[in-house]
Structure formats: C-alpha cells, structure tokens
Design a protein around this ligand. Structure first.
Ligand SMILES: Nc1ncnc2c1ncn2[C@@H]1O[C@H](COP(=O)(O)OP(=O)(O)OP(=O)(O)O)[C@@H](O)[C@H]1O
Ligand SMILES: Nc1ncnc2c1ncn2[C@@H]1O[C@H](COP(=O)(O)OP(=O)(O)OP(=O)(O)O)[C@@H](O)[C@H]1O
Ligand SMILES: [Mg+2]
Ligand SMILES: [Mg+2]
Lengths: 259, 259
C-alpha cells in the first residue's frame, strides 16, 4: 500500500508545485515508484512534468466527477518510474458539480479504496493541491495519511499557517483520523535577508521537530525548469535547488522509516 | 460614482495583495478617496493595512451573506483617506452558503447598486481577490468595471494568464458587459535573470498596450512591510518597491483620465 502525501498550503505561490515535482523526481531517482496526482485546475505540476495540455485527455476531473479508473487516467511523465493523473481547468467546476453529493469530500478516498490493487504498485502517491481550502484540497486531506506543508519564508505565508493547521485538525477530527502533518518545509529561503531568518526562527520555535532540517533556497534554476517542461532535477541536477530537493527526499525517507 | 477595480489572478503569490495595498496607498497619497475591499479569506490586505484580526468584527462576509450595509462594515486603515471592508476565514464558506441563491454571482454588484449613495464619497474602490476563480473572485469581476492583473515574471504565472483572460471574457459576455482589462502589471521583476526579461518580452508581444510601462522590481522592503502592518509606502517610501508603486499610481491615473 503506497504512502499518500498531500502537498498543501492555501497561501498562494509558496512552492507547492515546485516541491511536489522535485521531491517526487528525487524519490523516483532513488528507485521509489511514484504516482503524482495534480488536483489543481492550473495544471502546473502536469506542465512541469512534461505533459502538454493537448495530451491531457483524461484528468483528475474524470476520477472525481465521472468515477473513471485511476489506471485509465494515469499516464507517463518525463521522469522514469513516475506516472501522473494530469489536471486542467475542468477541475474548477468540481465544487459545483459535486455539490449535492453527500460523499463529495470522500470522492478521492473512495477511489483509492476501490482501486487499492492498482495503487499497490506504487511506493508513494503525491498530491499537488491548489491555493485554497476548497473541495479539491479537502478531498486530498481526506484521502492522504500525510500532509507536507511548503512554507515560503515570508510574512503573509507565516500568517496563513495557523489557519492551515486548524483546517488539518478539523479534517483529522471529523473524517480522517489517520491524517498527520508529515512536516513543514521552508522554501525560497534567501540567506541575504533577515525576513527569511526571522521566519525560520519563528517556525522552528512554534513547530519544532515538524520542521524539516533541509531548507530550500531561492534558486533561479527552480523557476527556469518549468519553461522547459522539466523538473529542476533533470534540467540542472547540480543546482542549489536540485541538491536541496535531493536532501529533502533523503530526509523524508528517514522520517517515513523507508531507508 | 467611484471607479471599481478588481485586482485578480488565480495564480497564487503573484503580488495581488502587495499591489492592491501599495497602489491604493499611493492613490490616497495624491488625494484620492479609497475604499479597499478584502475579499480573500486569508485577509492579507486587512493585515497589511493595519487591521488586526481582533478588530475585524464585521467583514466582507457580512456584506455578501448577511446583506449588511457597506457603511456599517467599513473601518479606518492606517492610511489617511482609505477605508476598508476587512476579511477573515468566514469568507471561505461563501461558496456553500450562497449555493442555492440564483443571484449568488451578483451579491457584490447588488450591494454596490443599493448603496450607491454611500459609495459616491469614494474615488476608487479596489478589491483584493483570492488565488482562485471561485465565487468570491467572480463576484468581484461582476461588480467591477476594471480588472488589474498583477503578473509575476515567472513561467507558471505566464501559463495561467490565458485561462484568466478567458474567464474575464466569459464574465463580460454573460453578466458584466462593462468589464474591461485595465492593465497587466509585471511584478517581482529581477533585472539579473533572463526569465524576467523573457516573460516581459512575451507579455508585451501578446498584450501590447495593456501592459503597464511601470514594472515592479523584486524588492525585499515590499515583503518586510506587512510584518509591521504597514504598506511599503509608509514603511519605507524611498525603497525601489515604493517608488515603483507611486509610478504605477501615476500611470493608472493617466489611463483613467483622472489627472
Ligand atoms: N526555491 C525557489 N526558488 C526560486 N523560485 C522558486 C522556488 N520555488 C518556487 N519558485 C517559483 O516561484 C513560483 C511559485 O512557486 P509554485 O508555483 O511552485 O508555488 P505554488 O505554491 O504551487 O503556487 P500556487 O499557489 O499558484 O499553486 C513559481 O514560478 C516557481 O517557479
Ligand atoms: N515586488 C516584490 N518584491 C519582493 N517581494 C514581493 C513583491 N511583491 C510581493 N512580494 C512578496 O511575495 C509574497 C507574495 O505576494 P502577495 O502575497 O502580495 O501575492 P498574492 O498574489 O496576493 O498571493 P495570494 O495568491 O496568496 O493572494 C508576499 O510574501 C509578498 O510580501
Ligand atoms: Mg501550484
Ligand atoms: Mg493575496
């Protein structure tokens, strides 16, 4: 049975997609079999893993709304050993289409349980969430056992963290008792400015061991890679960003006792 | 009658809040009377203008769902000449609470029309939207005459622009024929990296005159200011970020023929 990790934070632009893509690639590079689920209507994780918009015939929308099989939607990515359920703007109508379904928050979880056989071929399922605590993110939190929280080293991002923690606790208490916070990852850390160091100090004081030792630096190669439809680990595996994500993968495997 | 501008982009972290706060402050600094509407459940614009979470007794939620008067919700900000309808996480239930209301996309527009007398005391109404094309953003696009689009100089942000333009066109054709794209503002521009220049070139080629001449540079003072609950224009008005927003305000006034 794969470990299911939702990468979530309702604050926008904190590095959810960049973390999901590069962490998944680093895990695939050390032999883990990965299923990526893009559940953001923006479809950035799909783009960043080499799936063009024309190639997204079946998407996560078809899983959630039409009840199609994961096996029929999953397609290859540019990364060997990693499959993806791609996303496109169809997903933005899910709130409305599932409104009257009493199990609307369980659609992803139900699909996982129904297709446990197919999923057993993977070691990790990673879900890239949109910047919102909407039905798509809630479905991910209900279906996952772990939440990874990318936290940009900025004040507004820090302000939103307590709201996110409250929402995770609500999901755990009401629907998914198995849900745990796997960790908080500091992203876009800039050595040169005090704000980054202040945020790090504040977060480590408040969340202690939950905060990964590995910090992701601000690194332009991470933001260039998507324009070549490649993860940074393939675009420039020696860059500071890529090295940081490889370290993050190693630290994650230790936390998951998967070494 | 005030000019109503929605600051929108479903891509997260592109500088919507930073632009709304500092543009509004720059307009207030040259004598324009401003009503800021924070319609994002994160409430970042409220924080950045000095309204603490304890002081948000009445919010934009009360306007949209309970039909309270704008006059009863509006409160002072740290900026003379600027009032705000603050926001908090109550707003995130608006989609569900208004689901069965046939006029759910018109709630903000209807409130504006009902309270045109109160609104006439303002020159500009600026609306800070969440990172989503949900009911809150649609309400803003229906109530506004102008949309200002902050565009981060990054690949994923560029990818999302065509989706945003489609949504704006849909709103214009179905509900709000007066809606125009006031402009696209390049944000977090970094002189030192090619990606910023590539994005600028691409956007100016595709959107021509819509793109503001003024470019907002990446500037740490802009991201430090919110931790002091101040707009950058007050926190450090000589910084490159503040100067850029003052130029943006001047350019906006020219475009609005309000000089
Ligand atoms: N460590 C980093 N250094 C430099 N740029 C980065 C880094 N991490 C992410 N970026 C860039 O910053 C932008 C925001 O990152 P990303 O899109 O991954 O965030 P997100 O949280 O997924 O955004 P959204 O909320 O829209 O889903 C992107 O353009 C990305 O390329
Ligand atoms: N020009 C800039 N230079 C440096 N930092 C900036 C700049 N503009 C915004 N920031 C910082 O980048 C982060 C994202 O900006 P901001 O929160 O304004 O974006 P947003 O589009 O409103 O995000 P969301 O999608 O979550 O609403 C914030 O921490 C902000 O302080
Ligand atoms: Mg993303
Ligand atoms: Mg914002």
């Amino acid at each position: 049975e794969p470990k299911v990790i939702a990468v979530a934070n309702q604050k926008g632009g904190v590095g959810k997609t960049t973390t999901t893509i590069n962490l998944a690639t680093a895990l695939a590079a050390v032999g883990r079999r990965i299923l990526m689920i893009d559940i953001d209507p923006q479809g950035n994780a799909s783009t960043g893993l080499g799936v063009s918009t024309q190639d997204r015939e079946k998407t996560t929308y078809d899983l959630l709304v039409s009840g199609e099989d994961i096996a029929d939607i999953a397609q290859e990515t540019i990364v060997p050993g990693m499959m993806i359920l791609p996303a496109n703007s169809d997903l933005s109508s899910v709130d409305i289409e599932l409104f009257s379904d009493k199990r609307r928050v369980m659609r992803l979880k139900d699909a996982f349980e129904k297709q446990a056989d197919y999923l057993s071929q993977y070691d990790y399922v990673l879900i890239d969430c949109p910047p919102s605590l909407n039905l798509l993110t809630i479905n991910s939190l209900v279906a996952a056992k772990h939440v990874l929280v990318p936290l940009q080293c900025e004040f507004f991002a820090l302000e939103g963290l307590s709201q996110l923690m409250l929402s995770i606790r609500e999901v755990r208490q009401s629907i998914n008792p198995a849900l745990t916070i796997q960790g908080v990852v500091l992203t876009m850390f800039d050595q040169r400015n005090n704000l980054s160091r202040d945020v790090e100090k504040d977060v480590r004081e408040n969340f202690g061991e939950l905060v990964y030792k590995t910090i992701i630096p601000r690194n332009v190669r991470l933001s260039e890679a998507p324009s070549f439809s490649l993860p940074a680990l393939i675009y420039d595996h020696r860059s500071a960003g890529s090295v940081a994500y490889q370290k993050l993968a190693a630290e994650l495997l230790q936390r998951m006792k998967d070494t």
